[in-house]
Design a protein around this ligand. Structure first.
Ligand code: SAM
Ligand code: DTB
Ligand code: SF4
Length: 318
């Protein structure tokens, strides 16, 4: 449901304990199961991207040490998806470093084939392939994609400080095509890029205006990648992160709120506070796309300590 910036500010700036008490109550109402969704990421096409996103190790504009690779074949991807399933993930997300996809292109056809095969495994299938329009979105949906990840990354105002090779409106038009196709929208952003807390709430204001509301909202903490323009950014304050998660939980109660990149820099206690405030999904597995993620043992250990269950596997087709 739409929220104005001042409504979001009123929630976000509540006394800290009132805020998390409020988000906890909503969380308990909508998500009473004490479950954590585990999602595994795989970079199916790494590096060499034409775009200039200042946070990204995969942009060809920066010297980051990430080599350009070709698109993985279906046969190469499948063992990773099977392993993710056997490790307990219920969502498998494939990411590609390029500007976008075009119907008829052989790489797009190859992606469709991969999606068709992965979707037989009984996990949610998410892809993040950059820009697309209606025909591509329809074909991905038909092939078995459940959710399309395309982040707005930050506020409309701050966006041009971070990316110039495509616009905020370009991202919104991709999201429009995803919505029209019937795929779920997975859309969030990154904090810790030099934006203000108001920028973060402006980002949330845009997400709240989506119709339908995003099914999942990844909140990434910037992982400063050597060689990128943002390599020296300082880590974000944990309490600001928790406030944003709690506010997101309150205004998008049905969304999976995913504590995404950057958990390697968060203590166990900080992660626990994020989960308490309303985060109910994480990336699971030692690698994100190019950056590190906590080990699966550490994650399972923390979930056990907090008496949180990994989301149960699906018993009916997804
Ligand atoms: N190329 C596609 C795109 O840009 O939509 C898909 C892959 S892209 C790497 C997916 C998202 O990962 C980005 O939109 C950004 O929000 C997040 N991301 C990328 N690099 C990051 C970093 N260094 N720290 C935190 N989040 C990052
Ligand atoms: C999202 O919001 N975060 C994920 C996923 N969507 C594709 C990606 C995080 C990338 C972190 C940096 C890296 O691994 O290079
Ligand atoms: Fe390319 Fe996506 Fe990285 Fe931007 S975030 S440089 S579009 S891979």
């Amino acid at each position: 449901m739409s929220k104005t910036l001042s409504e979001l500010e009123a929630i976000y700036h509540r006394p800290f304990f009132d805020l998390i008490q409020g988000s906890r109550q909503i969380h308990g109402e909508y998500w009473p199961e004490n479950e954590m969704q585990l999602c595994t990421l795989l970079s199916v096409k790494t590096g060499g991207c034409s775009e200039d996103c200042s946070y990204c190790s995969q942009s060809s504009r920066y010297q980051t040490g990430i080599e350009r690779e070709t698109l993985m074949t279906t046969a190469e991807v499948l063992p990773y998806a099977e392993e993710a399933k056997s490790n307990g993930s219920t969502r498998f997300c494939m990411g590609a470093a390029w500007k976008g996809v075009r119907d008829g292109d052989s790489r797009f056809e190859q992606m469709l084939e991969t999606v068709r095969e992965v979707s037989k495994l009984g996990m949610e299938v998410c892809v993040t392939l950059g820009q697309l329009s209606d025909p591509e979105a329809r074909k991905l949906k038909e092939a078995g994609v459940t959710a399309y990840n395309h982040n707005i990354d930050t506020s409309p105002e701050f966006y041009s400080k971070i990316v110039t090779s495509h616009s905020f409106d370009d991202r919104l038009s991709t999201i429009g095509a995803v919505q029209r196709s019937g795929m779920s929208v997975c859309c969030g952003g990154i904090i810790g890029m030099g934006e203000t807390e108001t920028d973060r709430l402006r980002m949330l204001e845009v997400l709240c205006g989506f119709d339908p509301a995003p099914e999942s909202v990844p909140i990434n903490c910037l992982m400063p990648m050597p060689g990128t323009p943002l390599e020296d950014q300082e880590a974000v304050d944990v309490f600001e992160l928790v406030r944003l998660i709690a506010t997101t939980r309150m205004v998008l109660p049905r969304a999976k709120v995913r504590l995404s990149a950057g958990r390697t820099r968060l203590s166990r206690e900080a992660q626990a506070l994020c989960y308490f405030a309303g985060a109910n999904s994480i990336f699971y597995g030692e690698k994100l796309l190019t950056a590190d993620n906590p080990s699966t043992n550490k994650d399972l250990d923390l979930l056990r300590t907090l008496d949180l269950q990994p989301q149960a596997p699906f018993t009916t087709p997804v």
